[in-house]
Design a protein around this ligand. Sequence first.
Ligand SMILES: NC(=O)c1ccc[n+]([C@@H]2O[C@H](COP(=O)([O-])OP(=O)(O)OC[C@H]3O[C@@H](n4cnc5c(N)ncnc54)[C@H](OP(=O)(O)O)[C@@H]3O)[C@@H](O)[C@H]2O)c1
Length: 322
Amino acid sequence: MKALVLHTPNSLPILTDWPTPEPDPGEVLVKLKAAALNRRDYYITQGQYPGIQCPVVLGSDGAGEIDGRRVIINPGLEWGSSEAHQSAAFTVLGMPTDGCMAEYTCVPEEYIYDTPDHLDDIQAAALPLAGVTAYRALMVRGAAQAGDSVLITGIGGGVAMMALQMAVAHDCEVYVTSSSEEKRATALTYGAAGAYDYTSADWHRTLHRDSGGIDVVVDGAGGSAMQDIIKVCRPGARIAMYGGTAGKMDGISPQILFWRQLSLLGSTMGSPQDFKSMLDFVTERGIVPVVDSIYELEDFESAFAQMHTSTQCGKLVLRCSA
Ligand SMILES: NC(=O)c1ccc[n+]([C@@H]2O[C@H](COP(=O)([O-])OP(=O)(O)OC[C@H]3O[C@@H](n4cnc5c(N)ncnc54)[C@H](OP(=O)(O)O)[C@@H]3O)[C@@H](O)[C@H]2O)c1
């Protein structure tokens, strides 16, 4: 089969003629139609991910079929028994185990779910990792309620865009940030009530004036902007953090945190229960993940190049087979 195999760390994968996997007991063979990129795949190719093992087929997100049944895969493997956090054995599909940027993959049957009927295979491939991460951060950790005002940072990211769509569908009033004017405009078309440039000095004051304060923050960046983000939080607000693209969070005022009784909450992917709840929510509300670009598997270098420049708004998807 054709597969994007990472042969050496700190390099791009190579399109390789690779043995078609054979399922172990309890596993199923999925014929993949599409696979989506995540920032994780990019970090792995840059040698910026812990415990890189080669050779390995990359790709956490996949959609395809098993004997004609349309399926998607939950990429969070061995979450464990606690809803509060993943187990020490937790791994993500697509390193160390072979992933979805290929014509076939094998996974334990428990990670297989029916593809929601309203999604085609490209849209379905865009859903799993970003969808479960956004759902847990917004709905489980952030405990967003209808009517809450929600801030989602860096709207160009795949998780951020999913969180926007979910929060709008949940009847929240949603505000977003982005460094890109075009992405801010796109967010407004997806139902954001306001969009702000986090690179401008006083964006948080304008947001505070417009929104009257924020109840839930979904943040994938961290960095020094967090000192301004907490200033727009209402008393009792929850800040769910799933990423740290902008690095360490200098300058946070402990006084604002404790006086306003704010909760700063880490959030990573989600449990099998979160994944099922996310699928039910997406199906009930008819949410269609935003796909920025579709590439043939052979054109993967262009997809990784776009990830490098972060010009996308939504997901980048590879077509794995016809
Ligand atoms: N914990 C988890 O389970 C989990 C799951 C998925 C992803 N992540 C992490 O979350 C982060 C985002 O990943 P992703 O795949 O959703 O998206 P992505 O495509 O990596 O998102 C990149 C976006 O980050 C935004 N950004 C960059 N610097 C920023 C800053 N200083 N402030 C606010 N936003 C900034 C940019 O938004 P604009 O272009 O709009 O400015 C850019 O489009 C990564 O660090 C990733 O590793 C964690």
